[in-house]
Design a protein around this ligand. Structure first.
Ligand code: DGJ
Length: 688
């Protein structure tokens, strides 16, 4: 990280990329280049075009002052009605890999800091912004984005992003970037199932392992917005940060606002290269327990729904232990008056009728069976039919003059209120401490509506405060209970981002456990998130969401590409199924460290087959999982090309007791798939 005073420019260097910023004569930090070392060296300095189209550079954080017409990442209004900022000469501070460009408005006592962090072992650049009001008057903030990312001139532009719905999260879409402003957003107070704050842009020719890709992801679990602007002169910039459009916050005298990290990465190794860079970064710098193997989970939700009791859960736990399960999770329905989703949320004492002596005896027996004990909680929500709501109707987000919107018969607690945060932390802390809980599945089954906080002088603050309070509670629980692990869940994959991942160990990917649907969901999820955090259960057949029947082996093989879990009615499985399942769990444990800690490749395949390839960091061990959901007459034989293997090496196929040359596997390996639909296989190779 260096500053060149002659040019007034900053140079950020990562192992394979460079990023250049310069200070404009008007004091604004402007983007100059972002690319490989060679590309940045060769990139010409932008020249002035004309008075309408500017000089081809973009602001590092767009402002609403002067001849700027793109989406502004910083939208502020001073007490006298003046909008935007005019920066004086920038200061800066460089501390190792951390650069702070310090800006101050020429006329108003407002400062902004643009933060950049680079590290020696990743090409990911972290960016965030801090706004500071040094004056005596409030400043209204309409947007405070974390960063704007600008692409170099390319022949064309294409965007990859993730869309979805409940039960169909993380669908990867790849489409040309229109000459327009494209907005990716969540207005739901959660990251959302519908759009994920991850984006990749290329020139339309990148492939899995080849081609230049620029990607960015926002670490925030509330509402967010990323605006991608391709202007008619073909400049592309995207600005992103917390909050959706139309909100505003007051930055009172002496107050400051720090935004979440919006990280970016550039690679010339295609979409796979971007994936690998993200996985590596998340493991090194975000996920709290990256070195740990994720345990094989049993979760009772699909088996028992709300009908949970001690004896029934114990029967499932005994069956799960026989299969090799390591963590037993009791899902919804264990507390208060919660016999279905209409009542009881908020009353976090075990339901006496189902757990007469509390959770203690079940936890103890699960521990005796050699498993850890996990529990479902939904601390941000309340049913109107609950003692909590009757005692504190004012604790929910609401607008007194409007009808309340119930979703799944529940309302949302305003964790931005200190008393609500205190209450949630206290009962969670006690629950974990008193019952020996090892794992929490932290769920959130509705979006924010009726976003009011009566009496609060700055009501839109709730969109920030709520998420921050949730983060704080998770952080405190982790600090006070170092053994505790947490799963992020919001009706499936509605809260998946680096913000929540910094304080959780895995993400419940989707409520849809149909293995065929899961292939698409997992493909999208894996663009950014590593397998280690991708919770994937195998459940009963036919599947409850789709009615599709699939073989046990296929269901397992799909889930074995992530953090394996089981969620079926084990007490109704046949002896043969239980034996096969135990074998598959044992196989998973053998390949687990490669799947969970390895490097992901997506090899090319033929014959209606798709595959993932995980390679250990040292390249000595490899796991390939291949699936063919549907067969067809006259299809080419299923073949996988393992181009990530060393062409000069020999590999030992652990299950088939044969040797394979790396050169053959690179050229194309015939897969031994069973006949028919839902065929799948696992290949476990060791070098030598
Ligand atoms: C939604 C989750 O995604 C499910 O796995 C389950 O925990 C239910 N909520 C329980 O209400």
């Amino acid at each position: 990280m260096t500053y060149d005073p002659a040019r007034g420019s900053w140079l950020l260097t990562t192992p394979r990329t460079r990023y250049v910023i310069r200070e404009d004569p008007d004091g604004s930090p402007r983007h100059v280049a972002w690319g490989t070392h060679e590309a940045v060296e060769a990139s010409p300095r932008p020249a002035l075009t004309n008075s309408f189209d500017g000089d081809g550079t973009a602001d590092e954080l767009g402002i609403e002052t002067g001849a700027r017409f793109g989406p502004a990442g910083l939208q502020i209004r001073f007490a006298d009605g003046t909008r935007g900022a005019q920066w004086g000469r920038a200061g800066h501070e460089i501390d190792g890999g951390h650069l702070v460009i310090a800006l101050h408005d020429r006329r108003y006592p407002l400062r902004a800091e643009l933060h950049y962090r680079v590290r020696p072992d990743t090409d990911v650049i972290e960016r965030w912004t801090v706004l500071i009001n040094d004056g005596g008057e409030p400043v209204t903030v309409g947007r405070a984005d974390s960063a704007a990312w600008t692409l170099p001139p390319l022949a064309d532009y294409r965007m990859s992003h993730l869309v979805g719905t409940w039960n169909q999260e993380f669908q990867l879409r790849r489409t040309p970037v229109p000459v327009a402003e494209t907005v990716f957003t969540s207005r739901r107070g959660l990251t959302s199932h519908h759009a994920n704050p991850w984006l990749a842009v290329d020139d339309g020719t990148a492939e899995e392992d080849r081609g230049a890709v620029w990607s960015a992801a926002l670490a925030w679990s509330g509402s967010w917005r990323i605006a991608l602007h391709r202007d008619p002169t073909d400049r592309v910039t995207f600005t992103g940060g917390l909050g959706h459009e139309g909100l505003s916050w007051t930055l009172g005298p002496g107050q400051s606002l720090q935004t979440p990290v919006f990280a970016g990465v550039h690679t010339v190794d295609g979409f796979g290269g971007a994936t690998r860079a993200w996985h590596d970064y998340l493991r090194r710098y975000v996920i709290p327990t990256p070195a740990e193997d994720r345990p094989v989970v049993y979760n009772s939700w699909e088996a028992t729904g709300f009908a949970v009791d001690e004896a029934g859960q114990l029967r499932l736990a005994e069956a799960a232990a026989q299969l090799g399960v390591e963590l037993f999770v009791l899902d919804d329905g264990w507390f208060g008056g919660r016999r279905d989703d209409t009542a009881g949320l908020g009353d976090w004492q075990p339901y006496q009728g189902a757990f007469p002596q509390g959770l203690g005896p079940l936890v103890e027996k699960v521990h005796q069976l050699g498993m850890r004990f996990g529990l479902w909680v939904e601390p941000e929500m309340v049913n109107a039919d609950s003692d909590l709501y009757r005692a504190h109707p004012d604790w929910v987000l609401h607008t007194p003059s409007r009808d309340a919107t119930e979703l799944r018969q529940q309302l949302m607690l305003d964790h931005g209120r200190p008393e609500v945060e205190r209450w949630a932390h206290q009962w969670l802390d006690r629950l974990v401490r008193d019952n020996g809980i090892d794992f929490l599945k932290w769920d959130a089954n509705r979006a924010v509506t009726d976003a009011g906080r009566p009496g609060h002088p700055d009501p839109d603050r709730l969109w920030i405060d709520h998420t921050r309070a949730v983060y704080r509670i998770m952080d405190r629980l982790r600090t006070d209970h170092p053994h505790l692990r947490i799963e992020a869940c919001a009706g499936g994959g509605g809260r998946a981002d680096a913000g929540v991942l910094a304080r959780t160990d895995q993400i419940w990917t989707s409520d849809n456990t149909d293995p065929v649907d899961r292939l698409g969901i997992q493909h999208g999820f894996s663009q950014y998130f590593p397998a280690q955090v991708m919770a994937a259960w195998i459940t009963d057949s036919p599947n409850i969401a789709t009615g599709r029947s699939t073989p046990l082996r296929f269901r397992f093989h799909v889930s074995m590409a992530g953090a394996l879990g089981i969620g079926g009615k084990l007490t109704e499985w046949s002896k043969e199924e239980l034996t096969e399942a135990a074998d598959l769990v044992a196989t998973y444990k053998r390949i687990r460290s490669v799947v969970q800690h390895g490097v992901l490749h997506r090899p090319t395949t033929e014959g209606h087959t798709t595959a993932v390839h995980y390679a250990s960091a040292d390249g000595d061990e490899h796991v390939v999982i291949a699936w063919r959901p549907q067969t067809g007459a006259g299809l080419p034989n299923p073949v996988v090309r393992l181009t990530a293997l060393d062409g000069d090496a020999e590999y030992y196929d652990v299950d088939r007791d044969v040797r394979i040359s790396g050169a053959t596997a690179r050229a194309g390996l015939a897969l031994e798939l069973p006949e028919g639909d839902y065929a799948s296989t696992v290949l476990h190779l060791r070098r030598g």
